[in-house]
Ligand binder design. Structure first.
Ligand SMILES: CC(C)(COP(=O)(O)OP(=O)(O)OC[C@H]1O[C@@H](n2cnc3c(N)ncnc32)[C@H](O)[C@@H]1OP(=O)(O)O)[C@@H](O)C(=O)NCCC(=O)NCCS
Length: 306
């Protein structure tokens, strides 16, 4: 109640709450939801150790269309330094509840356009702006837009462009020991270096990074970098260790070639990496050259569009 009253400016609450009102709300509304099979809201305490430093959950739950709004309020003291951190953390937790436990299709936030830090947090957590309702609400005597950000429960198979939120997943995959061993440059990658590398690639026209999803799950990545001299796109790809040997290697490259039927591709594969050699051979890449690099024999494959 104290936090809500301190932050009333961004809430859909037009007066300060009293203890009586809050108790009434808890007993008459919140408490009943504990026993309902399809409650209109599911609220959780947000703990740091044993201390409750926020609360929130899914509200306006629509059990037919399977969507819900996200509500979250943190201890006002945490806001100045850790606003984004807690929001991203909370969004990740609530997304698990919504998508993995309830199999909801979409979760969203509804906010007055006066919270730039919230939009950063939403972006980090992979939310996209779904709608803007111009001059929708009066806040502090001024009309403000309302922004709706949402995230879908994607259960698709295919390539999706990587976004800022994929930075840690890509880092984890890049440092997988087998990935490092099979890479042309096998040295370990530092997180600092990865941040610089990844953020500089995000806007680049000479590089594209995709995440490969199978039934909504991220199982691998493929990156293409344009090589001027070769006039072709050099492929780097990997499948997450737990998903290898399921033919995803073949299908990720097939998806890439199908996505860009007009592009010329090149792949450099260490000779002992027989799984990858097979992936390219079976996707109609032609071996054009082999050469030695330090103690490894490298095989070069090329895909020429028809
Ligand atoms: C290379 C890699 C992407 C292959 O992905 P994958 O999903 O495991 O491969 P697939 O299941 O599609 O298998 C492709 C073929 O290789 C074979 N294969 C799989 N693992 C193998 C292995 N360890 N040794 C030999 N052949 C193997 C499969 O049997 C299949 O051939 P088949 O169709 O004749 O049976 C994956 O192992 C990986 O991520 N490795 C680490 C990163 C890497 O090496 N990237 C490529 C750099 S060029």
């Amino acid at each position: 109640m104290q936090w809500r009253n301190q932050q009333v400016y961004h809430l859909r609450q037009n007066h300060e709450l009293t203890v009586e009102q809050q108790n009434h709300y808890f007993n008459e509304v919140v408490k009943h939801t504990f026993n309902e099979s399809t409650p209109s809201q599911l609220l959780f305490s947000y703990l740091q150790g044993d201390e409750c430093i926020g609360y929130g959950g899914l509200v306006h739950m629509n059990w037919i269309d399977k969507n819900a709004e996200i509500s979250f309020v943190m201890n006002t003291k945490e806001e100045s330094l850790y606003f984004e951190y807690h929001w991203v953390n909370f969004l990740r937790l609530i997304e698990k509840v919504a998508f993995e436990d309830l199999i909801f299709s979409k979760i969203f936030t509804y906010s007055y356009n006066i919270r730039p830090r919230l939009y950063t947090a939403l972006e980090i957590a992979g939310f996209k702006q779904d709608a803007r309702l111009p001059s929708h609400c009066i806040v502090n005597n001024k009309y403000q837009d309302v922004l709706i950000h949402s995230k879908k429960n994607e259960s698709m198979t295919g390539l999706i462009s990587a976004t800022a939120k994929d930075i840690y997943k890509l880092y984890e995959w890049a440092n997988d020991p087998v990935v490092r061993e099979n890479a042309i440059n096998s040295s370990k990658i530092e997180l600092k270096q990865h941040f610089y590398w990844f953020t500089s690639r995000l806007g680049s026209v000479d590089c594209e990074i995709f995440i490969y999803y199978v039934k909504g799950e991220k199982v691998g990545q493929v990156r293409i970098d344009f090589e001027k001299q070769e006039q072709a796109w050099v492929i780097d790809y990997s499948i997450a260790a737990e998903h290898r040997g399921k033919k995803y290697g073949k299908s990720i490259i097939l998806s890439l070639v199908e996505l860009y039927p007009q592009k010329s591709f090149i792949a450099l594969v260490k000779n002992y990496n027989q799984a990858s050699v097979k992936v390219f051979e079976e996707n109609k890449f032609i071996e054009v050259k082999s050469f030695d690099l330090i103690e490894n024999q490298i095989r070069k494959f090329r895909y020429i569009p028809f």
